[in-house]
Ligand binder design. Structure first.
Ligand SMILES: [Zn+2]
Length: 116
């Protein structure tokens, strides 16, 4: 079992009762996406409850957003290159939830919101 902590949300890897690898993060459980690994050996993790699957979409203003369940993240405007930072739309209200992506893959997530 491997444990890491990004300062906000502890995550740990474990095995399900069927012996499959699972990732526990922010109170949610993810299982590994099926299919072959890509060349860079990155793994995709899919939430066991699909409604928590982050969705890359566009806002009604045509700006890129990530919809994560009931929460929405705007792309940080100064993000350049394959790595991008996304902040909760309620950042002005003091919410510190952020997502970091690398080529449409989430590599870091702080999904702790100060609002419902
Ligand atoms: Zn928030």
């Amino acid at each position: 079992m491997y444990i890491f902590d990004d300062g906000h949300t502890a995550a740990w890897f474990g095995l399900s009762s069927r012996g499959n690898e699972v990732l526990n993060y922010g109170g949610y459980r993810y299982h590994r996406a099926s299919g072959p690994r890509n060349a860079s050996q990155k793994l995709r993790w899919i939430c066991i409850k699909q409604k928590h699957l982050p969705v890359f979409t566009l806002s009604r203003f045509g700006k890129p957003v990530i919809q994560m369940g009931k929460y929405r993240f705007n792309k940080y405007c100064k993000s350049k290159g394959p790595k991008a930072r996304w902040t909760c739309v309620r950042i002005a209200q003091g919410c510190g939830a952020t997502i970091t992506t690398l080529e449409e893959m989430i590599v870091k997530m702080n999904n702790n919101h100060n609002h419902i």
